[in-house]
Design a protein around this ligand. Structure first.
Ligand SMILES: [Cu+2]
Length: 477
């Protein structure tokens, strides 16, 4: 991974590099208003296996805004060798107008307070939170108990999650992969009462835990069929959230694990921060004749189409190590003899996956509100797709293997895609009644829009792990 120290050193390198200084002068820009940022170089099919750790550096222009990402300085390609901390290649190809600073700033003092702005809101728990944190890692809340850990690459790791039931306990382990920068490494300090509500408890600096009540109903019923009685019972939907925020350059990722009283674990990722844009000669859509694979989101500013995929490593040990993966399909059954006045019914057809290839499922569009199960739009032989081969299917199941921890491979930076979930699965191993790992991938095809400029409203995607015929009754009761 790229360490923070390496990133800082890389970002400063061009500012004292003579050819770069003259490129800035040539563009009529002020050097003191320039800020640079390193990005992974990727892999595009080069045969030679590079042992050099390197990054590509892109520079931006401040001069009147704090939102540097909206003002890329185009036409310059800088490659930095990290271990040597030197500029290995420098090319100044062409001059493109730098997008305007006007209207890009997001600091409060520069913005006029709108009269429509809403009053402040507070969530209070006069008796304090109802969860406890033992040894700094074990959370107990209602019938739930789980362990929260921090990992440099994965960020939050939830393990040994169990929900007390007279007979059953439910165990879960999850990892989050962010191989080039590290989600944990990029975790940022949370701002009280804003990143997390006022009733949140913070584990040192970066993880917060809080009870969420958003005014929703978990369960209710009014019973008036019993003569002389009027019964009403309502339970508010209160859940427990474990949250971390990672800032990777321009993007901010919010990761939530939400534990519900119904036994469900909801996993959510929110994308916000600032879009990565390219400078362009275009100021109006009419001028664009060639394919730009982008939206013109402001004058001289193109927001490129791109994807975000998130893969969760769910090492589920439900009631022990030996687990199987069962696909449930809903099928229409037609009534052919005259056994019923009805013409059709529908039923559930279950099949247990024997090997890894049986368990690959393309969900297409998932109906979980706020969630998306996206399929890749790139061709299978495209290099980013080879490296991210695990995005091809939304669901994969593998037998547990200690070395198969990260869907994108142990070493992601400049990887050639030879150590991914897609490759391991080619062995088509047996997964029935085994210690299995469920991999779930979801994502978004991000088509930038004008409203993503100059700051991006949070875009959330999620999935739920919901108990199904696991508890003998609704644990809410
Ligand atoms: Cu995006």
């Amino acid at each position: 991974m790229l360490t923070l120290q390496e990133q800082t050193a890389t970002d400063e390198l061009p500012l004292s590099y003579l050819p770069f200084i003259s490129s800035i002068k040539k563009r009529g820009l002020k050097l003191k208003e320039v800020a640079c940022q390193g990005y992974p170089v990727g892999w595009y099919g080069e045969k030679r296996k590079s042992t050099n750790r390197m990054v590509k550096v892109i520079c931006y222009y401040l001069d009147g805004t704090i939102n540097l990402y909206m003002r890329p300085i185009e036409g310059i390609t800088i490659i930095v060798l990290i271990d040597q901390m030197t500029i290995a290649s420098y090319i100044d190809r062409l001059i493109v107008p730098v997008p305007k600073a006007n209207g890009t700033d997001y600091m409060g003092s520069k913005l006029q307070r709108s009269s429509h702005e809403s009053n402040s809101i507070k969530i209070v728990q006069p008796d304090g939170p109802s969860f406890t944190l033992d040894d700094g890692n074990t959370v107990r809340w209602g019938d739930w108990k789980f362990h929260v850990a921090y990992d440099m690459r994965a960020g939050i790791i939830i393990s040994l999650a169990s929900m007390f039931d007279a007979e059953k306990e439910n165990f879960v382990v999850a990892y989050f992969d962010a191989g080039e920068f590290g989600f944990g490494l990029c975790a940022v300090e949370l701002e009280p009462s804003k990143d997390c509500p006022e009733n949140a408890k913070k584990m040192p600096n970066v993880i917060c835990i809080f009870e969420r009540y958003a005014g929703d109903i978990m369960w209710r019923h009014t019973e008036d069929a019993i003569p002389g009685k009027k019964i009403r019972k309502v339970r508010p939907e209160v859940s427990l959230v474990v949250r971390m925020v990672s800032t990777v350059g321009n993007y901010d990722y919010i990761t939530d694990y939400e534990f519900k009283q119904s036994g469900t674990i909801k996993v959510m990722v929110g994308l916000t921060g600032l879009l990565e844009v390219r400078g362009s000669i275009y100021t109006h859509n009419d001028q664009i004749k060639a394919e730009v694979y982008s939206t013109l989101i402001a004058e001289n500013t193109l927001g490129a189409y791109h994807d975000h995929f998130f893969t969760y490593h769910l090492d589920l040990d439900v009631d022990g190590h030996e687990n199987s993966f069962v696909k449930n399909n809903l099928k229409t059954r037609r009534v052919i003899n005259k056994s019923s006045p009805r013409k059709s019914y529908w039923t559930v057809v279950s099949e247990t996956a024997e090997t890894e290839s049986d368990a690959k499922i393309q969900l297409g569009y998932c109906l979980i509100p706020g969630g998306s199960a996206t399929s890749p739009l790139l061709s299978d032989n495209d290099y980013p797709q080879i490296r991210g081969g695990f995005t091809k299917y939304n669901v994969w199941v593998t037998p547990y293997n200690k070395s198969e921890k990260w869907a994108g491979g142990l070493y992601t930076d400049q990887s050639h895609g030879d150590d991914t979930l897609a490759i391991w699965s080619l062995r088509d191993r047996e997964i029935k009644n085994k210690d299995i790992v469920l991999w779930y991938t979801f994502g978004v095809h991000h088509v930038p829009k004008q409203e993503d400029f100059p700051i991006m409203p949070t875009l959330s995607t999620s999935f739920e792990l919901k108990p199904t015929n696991f508890f003998q009754h609704n644990p809410v009761l």
